[in-house]
Design a protein around this ligand. Structure first.
Ligand code: G3P
Ligand code: MG
Length: 246
């Protein structure tokens, strides 16, 4: 048996933690990612009503917790008091929606690095407040915790780059637009994170020539990516890191 082409271990990012086996964006999911051998987790951040960064994908707590309500109407204390594990499985009851600060501390313990996806929600009033909160919260990371930033919002990446020019910036696209090169240069960003179903060999050849990294999300089947690694695909963002690390 010969192994299928695949990513190097450092290029497997656990999407919202190992969200196939533990409740997304919880400390349990990040711990599970580390136990699966992942070096990176992807996580989503947004502001609470009182301006604290919490790690959650949606703009409300409804889907992933025992509570109800929009992030813009709940304080961090209210959000942090909810159960964010029982919806996924009884053994995860008691998991919380963590703050970014708590998460960064846990990642240090687990030896993990973080792709921090900045979500832009309607209740966010100030981009400056949002990116300064990210800057402040990642400042406490352990020496071994590398940080990169991703967003569907180019303005968020631009503002973040201005504050932290050394960090890798990844533009998120479902489908990469024709003028991707100009759009990346305007941020500037060095990386594209794109939906795996829109990958093409032609695009990977052009990005590789220009030194642009490309990671594919959210892919849970290694067979789907086999033909893209040789063409220059950099990495994968997956709910199930174990299957890409096997
Ligand atoms: O980072 C890739 C992926 O997380 C983007 O989509 O909706 O899962 O945050 P979403
Ligand atoms: Mg995300």
């Amino acid at each position: 048996l010969t192994a299928l082409p695949g990513p190097v271990p450092d290029e497997v990012q656990a999407h919202r933690g190992a969200s196939a086996i533990a409740p997304e964006n919880t400390i349990a999911a990040f711990r599970a990612a580390a136990e699966a051998g992942a070096k990176w987790v992807e996580l989503d951040v947004a502001l609470s009503a009182d301006g604290r960064l919490v790690v959650i994908h949606d703009d409300s707590v409804d889907r992933t917790s025992s509570g109800k309500g929009s992030l813009g109407a709940l304080t961090q204390a209210e959000i942090g008091a909810l159960d964010a594990g029982a919806w996924f499985g009884d053994r995860f009851a008691g998991e919380r929606i963590p703050t970014l600060v708590e998460t960064i501390a846990a990642l240090g313990e687990f030896g993990l690095s973080a792709n921090v996806e900045i979500k832009q929600h309607a209740h966010h009033k100030s981009l400056d407040q949002l990116v300064r909160a990210v800057q402040a919260d990642i400042a406490g990371r352990a020496a071994g915790t590398r940080i990169m930033i991703s967003s569907f919002d180019a303005e968020a990446l631009k503002a973040m780059h201005a504050l932290e020019p050394e960090l890798e910036m990844a533009m998120l696209w479902g489908m990469v637009p024709e003028d991707w090169e100009q759009r990346l240069a305007a941020i500037p960003a060095t990386t594209i994170h794109m939906h795996y179903k829109t990958l093409s060999i032609g695009l990977l050849e052009r990005t590789r020539e220009r030194g642009i990294k490309v990671r594919a999300w959210t892919c849970n089947d290694p067979v789907q990516l086999v033909s893209f690694w040789d063409a220059g695909l950099t990495g994968v963002i997956t709910d199930n890191p174990a299957i890409f690390l096997a």
